[in-house]
Design a protein around this ligand. Structure first.
Ligand SMILES: [Ca+2]
Ligand SMILES: [Ca+2]
Length: 231
């Protein structure tokens, strides 16, 4: 009987509206009962075996990114690739400027006694001597007596001859075989820039000299010339 009376009381008592007491302030429309306290808990999920599971990472961090289209992976690196190309281009420009600066510096240091042409350097220290003394001096300096192998080298050597306004001996001779000029290694020369009528071997001329105009003349080997070495 008592239980029947209590059950009736529970059914007729309505839910209480929120109060305006400062100590129990709640949001409008919320009821401060026990159910309100569990809304922050993770949603319960029943697995197939009946156990509860934690929320999936996807639910915590939002939906996954849409799948990329085939071939689009490389496209993401295009801006970086273009940036690298631009950087390399700028570096090449700076390198060219640096090379030009070095070349100018080398010319300034060598002039008026030396010239760079391709991989070769012609240089004089102002020494003078005959053919054998000239070659010995160049070897002592770590080089050999100058031998122009092409027009560019001939022009480079001519610059030094012109600066000194002197004739310079070349590292060639036809002492071994008359009329056949060889370098100091015994190889017949392939390039020459003889003056018209030269070589003429007048009075047994077996050595060669360069004049300020760049032309070659055969002369006696005991003369004294400006010594220019190549390195
Ligand atoms: Ca000769
Ligand atoms: Ca001659």
């Amino acid at each position: 009987m008592i239980l029947l009376i209590l059950s009736s009381l529970v059914l007729v008592v309505p839910a209480q509206k929120p109060t305006s007491s400062p100590a129990h302030r709640v949001l409008p429309g919320w009821f401060p009962n026990a159910c309100t306290l569990v809304i922050c808990a993770p949603p319960e999920r029943d697995s197939k075996d009946g156990k509860q599971e934690l929320p999936r990472i996807q639910e915590l961090w939002g939906p996954p990114a849409p799948p990329s289209k085939p071939g689009s992976k490389g496209d993401d690196n295009l801006p970086e690739l273009e940036s690298l190309k631009t950087e390399m281009k700028n570096l090449q420009i700076q390198l060219d400027i640096l090379k030009a600066t070095i070349t100018k510096t080398q010319k300034a240091i060598l002039a008026p006694n030396g010239v760079i042409v391709a991989e070769k350097i012609f240089k004089t220290d102002g020494s003078r001597g005959d053919f054998d003394a000239a070659q010995a001096h160049c070897v002592h300096m770590g080089g050999t007596l100058a031998v122009p192998r092409n027009a560019a080298e001939n022009s480079a050597l001519q610059q030094i001859v012109t600066w000194h306004n002197a004739r310079a001996v070349l590292g060639i001779s036809d002492r071994a075989t008359e009329g056949k000029f060889e370098d100091l290694n015994g190889q017949v020369i392939e390039y020459s820039n003889w003056a018209p009528g030269e070589p003429n071997d007048v009075g047994n001329e077996d050595c060669a000299e360069m004049h300020p105009d760049g032309k070659w003349h055969d002369r006696g080997c005991a003369l004294e010339w400006l010594v220019i070495c190549e390195f």
